[in-house]
Write a protein that binds this ligand. Structure first.
Ligand code: ACM
Ligand code: ZN
Length: 551
């Protein structure tokens, strides 16, 4: 019933007096993220089953945009629209072209005669198609038949502010299937996000097949229990081990899928901490060399990679060799966060390394570790990015920092001239509660991060104009200690990822929160049509809404 009401407030279905065809149209132009410029004029373009999709370039990557446009309309017309190639835009057509714009920039022009999407690259055209999707009537989004879809006459010119607009998913604390991951990528793509940060290794599970080290997925991908909460009885185990991993073929498939949607997949291979699954697989990697298991309880673990053994580095290099083959991303994320120094303090080999490398302490040992890996990556033509702990003990001039313990690490890095992705837990941790009525929510890790707070993120705060140049962009992070299904993941990510997307895309002309909320209320039509679960807290009609995730 709620969906039905929503459909009426944002769109209408009428009948044409002369031809009797069902006409569907939207009532207002509400786009998320907010475009740089929207000029709305009188009139409509009548989209019918006879409208062609015309490609004005033979660039094969335009075809994906054309196909996704057709997928959006197929049910409305009961058949796909016809394609054509042309050298000039055609009338009574949706023309997809490349033009002299920045790569992710696009214009969307709807006149009574034609629709024209021009992108600076195929990515720009894809973003234009995403905008057009938000101009479709609710009934069409929901797959109902339409004789005529009336698109409003409008001129939209749009481009992103930040080059890096990301979403992270932790598939280690709980495992998500390839289909789940693709659905998550679809969610990122519809918000014009362009980076998928895939958190692939952790204490609680190693999720990527590495052919040189098969124990990582034979042993490291599995644990005794699904739930990561401490059980009342410590001997309690699930009847079957919990876990999973992606084969290299599956990883290639996901990378290809994301690439079609103009999303770069950045793999995260955690080191030196959060490595229990690796240590359980190959005991020699830890300082003590024995007694490890894949933990079934969440939290930071004292056992980490031994920084004193060369065999640790040989192992990591072997892993990275295969990672580099699988992921074309210029950035490889090496984690770097939450590495307790207890074991290193007690380990003769780690202490020996401190001496021979003339390091001051274990923090400088961590810095040695990260710099050594950075050199390895740089020699292979890749760049290192890590959580803000990589600042501790000294940061190389070329590493990039993902600021998570607030913005302080990012500010410090930018002031040093290092590139930064802003993802402070104060604004970007999508695993935090989105309401203070937590008794009505599925259990979360804590925190309180309502939509409005996410929207208030200023990635440039504390930085002068020169320093701002080092801010690559923003990212929303979804850790999954308490999230075991994609349905729940969607509930946590949506609509907060829309606020991240708008900060990243529309920084220059951001709205006030009420304006954003109005547009997100329209975007919600797409969530409903796609069957995505989402938090209802920010929507006025649902102010009393409670969680729809099974507790
Ligand atoms: C983190 O949340 N430990 C990066
Ligand atoms: Zn050691």
């Amino acid at each position: 019933m709620k969906n039905l009401l929503l459909a009426f407030c944002c769109a209408a279905v009428l009948s044409c007096g002369s031809c009797g065809k069902r006409i569907a149209k939207v009532d207002s132009i509400d786009i998320v993220p907010k475009p740089a410029s929207v000029q709305s004029l009188d009139g409509v373009f009548e989209l019918t089953s006879g409208t062609k999709i015309v490609l004005l370039s033979e660039d094969s990557t335009l075809a994906y945009s054309a196909n996704s446009l057709n997928d959006m309309l197929r049910d409305a017309f009961g058949k796909p629209l016809r394609y054509a190639y042309a050298s000039e835009p055609l009338s009574e057509a949706i023309n997809l072209c490349l033009g002299d714009l920045a790569p992710e920039e696009y214009t969307l022009s709807i006149t009574p005669e034609e629709v024209k999407i021009t992108g600076g690259s195929p990515a720009g055209v894809f973003y234009g198609v995403q905008t057009l999707r938000q101009l479709l009537p609710t009934s069409v989004l929901q797959g109902e038949k339409a004789g005529i879809i009336e698109l409003p006459v409008v001129e939209i010119a749009d481009k992103p502010h930040f080059a890096y607009r990301g979403g992270m998913l932790d598939v280690c604390r709980h495992f998500f299937s390839v289909d789940d991951v693709k659905r998550y990528i679809d969610i990122l793509a519809m918000h014009k996000l362009n980076r998928f940060h895939w958190h692939l290794t952790e204490d609680q599970g190693w999720r990527i097949e590495i052919k040189k080290y098969p124990e990582l997925t034979k042993v490291g991908a599995w644990r005794d229990r699904c739930s990561l909460e401490p059980p009342a009885d410590p001997n309690l185990k699930d009847s079957v081990p919990y876990g999973g991993f992606y084969t290299q073929e599956e990883i290639k498939d996901v990378v290809r899928y994301a690439n079609e949607r103009f999303i770069t997949v950045i793999p995260e291979i955690e080191m030196p901490g959060h490595a229990m699954a690796a240590l359980a697989s190959y005991n020699y990697l830890g300082c003590k060399g024995e007694g490890y298991e894949v933990p079934s309880i969440w939290g930071v673990k004292a056992d980490v990679y031994c920084a004193g053994k060369d065999s640790t580095f040989q192992f990591i290099e072997g892993v990275l060799d295969e990672v580099i083959e699988l992921f074309p991303s210029e950035y490889i994320h090496i984690g770097g966060d939450e590495c307790p120094k207890d074991r290193w303090k007690e380990c003769q080999l780690c202490q020996q390394r401190i001496k021979t490398e003339k390091l001051k302490d274990e923090f400088e040992l961590q810095s040695y570790f990260v710099k050594r890996i950075e050199k390895y990556l740089n020699d292979k033509g890749r760049k290192l990015i890590g959580w803000d702990e990589i600042l501790e003990g000294g940061l190389s001039q070329t590493a990039s920092v993902m600021s998570w313990r607030g913005a302080a690490g990012g500010i410090e890095a930018a002031k040093k001239g290092n590139n930064v992705v802003m993802t402070p837990n104060s604004h970007c941790y999508l695993d935090y509660y989105q309401t203070d009525k937590i008794d009505q929510e599925p259990k979360a890790i804590g925190g309180f991060l309502p939509l409005e707070k996410v929207y208030s993120l200023d990635p440039y705060e504390g930085l002068n104009a020169d320093e701002q140049k080092y801010i690559l962009g923003v990212q929303g992070n979804l850790w999954t200690e308490f999230i075991s299904t994609l349905d729940h993941a969607e509930y946590m990510a949506l609509p907060r990822i829309a606020a991240i997307a708008e900060v990243g895309w529309s920084y220059d002309n951001k709205d006030d929160f009420d304006g954003f909320k109005k547009r997100v209320t329209s975007l919600r039509r797409l969530y409903d049509a796609a069957g995505y679960n989402y938090g209802k807290h920010a929507f006025p009609a649902d102010s009393t809404a409670v969680a729809t995730v099974e507790k």
